[in-house]
Structure formats: C-alpha cells, structure tokens
Write a protein that binds this ligand. Structure first.
Ligand code: NDP
Length: 418
C-alpha cells in the first residue's frame, strides 16, 4: 500500500519499525533514516527477510535541505518523525516543500531555550497562557493554513500520551457521554529495571518534563503549581498501589480546545521515591541544566553529559519487569445522568521485550506511532491541516489498538482521584 520515510532510530522508532514490518500489507516499503546510520543498519539487519522492503540512510534532520533531498530521492507517501521534538519544525518544513504527509509523537520544543527570539515568544506565552513548559502546540498549529493549502495532513503526537489518551477522550465523547466534565489521565509505570536511577525514554526529554512545574486546566484557564507538589495515591489494576504526581502534559493543551465544555483536565504520572530523590539531587547540583558550560576549554551541556552517563533507555528492555497501566478517567453526563468511565491499557514489560526487544514504555509509544501512520497511509484519517489525535474518528484507531498489541479495558465504576 505505501512507502514511508521514518526519521529516528531510537527506542520508540525501533518498536514502530518492528510494528510496520508486522503490518507489511500497509507498510510495503520503509526507509529508516537517522543521525547515526549504523543503528538503522543494525535494525535493518535484524528485520530483513520479511515482506517489508527496508532501506537506510543518514540524515541530520535539523537541516531542512538534507531532509528535503532525502524525501525527493526516496519519494515516500508519508514521513514519520520519531526523532526528537527538536526536529518537528524542520521536518514539517521539508514535508511542505515536498508535498508529503507528516506525523510525529511529541510536540515541538527548542533545543536552545536561550535563543533570544524564541525566549521572547516563550515569556509572552507564559504570561498570557499561564503555563511555563518549554513545549507547546503553538509552533506546529501555526502550520495549519500551510498544510491545508497544500492539501496535506500533519498528525501530531501519535504515541501513548499524547496519542492514545486523546483517542480515549474522543471515544468517550463519541460513545459514552453527552458532556464530559473532568478528565484525569493516569500514567503508571509499575516496572522495575533494577538500576538505582535510569529514565525510560530519552533522558533529556524525560528529565526536562518531570522537573518542570506541574499544571492543569480548570474552568477555562491553566493553574500552575510547583513541580511534584500535588501527590495522590492510586490502586492500579494489575500493578497495585502507587504514588503519582501531577505534571504538565502536552495533550491537556489540545484537549482543552477540542473537548467542548470540559471543566478540568489533569495528568498524573507515578514515580518512586528513589527516582525523585535522584532527580532532586541532580537538579540541585545543576546536572539537569540545558545551558552550556565551559569545562577545561570544551563546551558541554550538563543534561547531555548526564545522558551519556545514564543507561541507554534501549538497554533497559531485558532487565525491566512489571507492567504499565495508562488510561483516562472521565466524569460527565449521559442522558441527563451523572456517569463515570475509565478506559486504560495494561502492558507487560517482559512480553513487549519478547515480542520486539524493547520495554513497555517504548512499546506503548511505538505501536500508536505505527497506527497513526497507518491511519494516514490508508486514507482512513484524511483531512488537510494540522491535527491532534482527538480530532479524528477514534473508532478505527481504537480497533487497531486491540489488534496491534495495546488492547484496552473499561470500567464504569472507577475509584476517582480527589
Ligand atoms: P531516543 O533518544 O531513543 O531516539 C531518538 C532518535 O532520534 C535517535 O535515533 C537519534 O539519533 C535520532 N535523532 C536525534 N537527533 C536527530 C537529528 N538531528 N537528525 C536525525 N536523527 C536524530 O528517543 P525516544 O525513541 O525515546 O523518543 C523518540 C520520540 O518519542 C521523542 O520525540 C519523544 O519525546 C517521543 N515520545 C513520545 C511519547 C508519547 O507517549 N507520545 C513517549 C515517549 C517518547 P542518534 O542515534 O544519533 O542519537
């Protein structure tokens, strides 16, 4: 059916590529292109022999012209950006220049947060909007008209959260509620990798996310609170009791716009005490800083140096045991009556490892990346512009989740989070 250029070959991309190869009727030909070509070649060697034809290439996706040249030579039907959020805009520019559909798994964030023009716009947004995360949708939403005019679709954030969580919201709105009042997104990782400290995906992205202030949407505006200052306990199905903390998360921004009348949206993620102690210490000594320092004549970025010291998230697969449980709890009304609804997925780290050689965090992101790409390639989701997952019909996506490894479960009497 189609030919896809996949940019990035890290933890998430590796799972997405495995899944594309399992789904060879849709993904007939793929090119894996990344900064380090040897990783693409190693993955190709592992997966070659199936029905999907695999090619590889080297690309620096920070460079629009390089991406344009690659797209022009490979002529894909779709570009899957599974590199880092830093590359979102350059890859979108290249897709526009070449007339190709685009998708990614995380919204744009600049690599250099001291860059004056970006910083001025950021400070203005903090004041106007009331949340201070470095990432937001405004940069990619600004491409909406250009994609519409070009007749192209950009699908933003098709991972688990963002991604599946928004499909859950669209599903709840379509099938379970007339009005949704509150949404609590609960992301629980009950896995244990046995290291004192490691991050489950790209450390730079992960640590920046969790060390930032938390925020939630309430009654039409953002409420920002200090990092990790709102804590709750929750008893997760198949995982058990865990501490979870309120974080800012990117899908809140689009859901606040797209779920009519929603009064409150919060996001909670579980963290163990040891993880938090390590993170606080690293932050206090400056190791989470993205500002370069001069060390013995060489410029280094502390968080990038830390990344080099920490275990590669891809290496956690064989060691991680336990399950993840990620889902959304809704309250609202149906036929004039109050109603609650919980939809979630439970994923087992070891089962993921046996299937694709990765732990569940990469798996739960890589599978929806493949599914989002499938929605675009098959024309199931097809409207020109720039959209997040909840803006499309959730049914084919929800069906695909059941088929491709992330089956969902529902409960009509969930314990609510206070
Ligand atoms: P990794 O760091 O494991 O992989 C990133 C990949 O991108 C690497 O192959 C890296 O190459 C490549 N890359 C980085 N910079 C460039 C560049 N300039 N040009 C070309 N390739 C580049 O990250 P993850 O796989 O953990 O995460 C991938 C994406 O998924 C991120 O955007 C992350 O935010 C997102 N994510 C989304 C989630 C969701 O639920 N929606 C959850 C988890 C992650 P190299 O090998 O040379 O470093």
């Amino acid at each position: 059916m189609g030919r896809v250029l996949i940019i990035g070959c890290g933890g998430v991309a590796s799972v997405a590529i495995h899944k594309c190869c399992q789904n060879s009727e849709v993904f007939e030909e793929i090119m894996i292109a990344s900064r380090t070509k040897s990783k693409c070649d190693a993955l190709k060697a592992k997966l070659d022999g199936g029905k999907t034809k695999i090619e590889t290439a080297q690309v620096d996706a920070d460079n629009v012209d390089e991406v344009i040249a690659l797209i022009k030579s490979y002529k894909p039907d779709l570009v899957m950006n599974i590199a880092l959020p830093y590359q979102d805009l350059t890859i979108m520019d290249a897709c526009l220049a070449c007339g190709v559909n685009y998708m990614d798994t995380a919204n744009y964030e600049p690599e250099d947060i001291e860059e004056p023009e970006w910083k001025a716009a950021y400070e203005k947004r903090c004041k106007e909007e009331g949340f201070s995360a470095y990432f937001d949708y405004s940069y990619q939403w600004a491409y909406k008209k250009k994609f519409e005019e070009a007749g192209l679709t950009a699908l933003l954030g098709s991972g688990f959260d963002p991604g599946v969580t928004q499909a859950y919201c669209a599903y709840a709105l379509k099938h379970e509620f007339d009005e949704i009042d509150t949404i609590d997104i609960l992301d629980c990782n009950g896995g244990d990798h046995g290291y004192p400290f490691a991050t489950n995906f790209n450390p730079e992205i992960n640590l920046r996310e969790v060390s930032a202030p938390g925020s939630y949407w309430e009654n039409g505006h953002w409420v920002e609170v200090p990092a990790m200052s709102i804590k709750r306990e929750y008893n997760f199905d198949q995982v058990g009791q865990k501490d979870m903390y309120l974080l800012h998360h990117e899908e809140i921004e689009s859901l606040a716009k797209n779920i009519p009348g929603v009064k409150r949206i919060r996001f909670f993620m579980t963290f163990g005490q040891s993880y938090l102690d390590h993170m606080r210490c690293l932050e206090n000594v400056g190791m989470l800083s993205t500002t370069p320092i001069n060390y013995e004549g060489k410029e280094i970025v502390p968080i990038q140096f830390l990344k080099a010291l920490l275990p590669d998230p891809a290496s956690l697969g064989p060691r991680t045991k336990g399950k993840t449980n990620i889902g959304c709890i809704f309250t609202g009304k149906k036929d004039g009556k109050e109603k609650t609804f919980y939809v979630y997925n439970v994923c087992d780290h070891q089962e993921c490892y046996q299937e694709v050689g990765s732990q569940a965090i990469s798996y739960t992101t890589g599978v929806p990346a493949m599914i989002g790409a499938m929605m675009l390639l098959t024309g199931t989701w097809n409207k020109p512009g720039v959209y997040t997952v909840e803006e499309f019909d959730p049914d084919p996506y929800m069906e695909a989740l059941n088929k491709w490894g992330l089956p969902w479960q529902v409960s009509y009497e969930p314990v609510l989070v206070d």
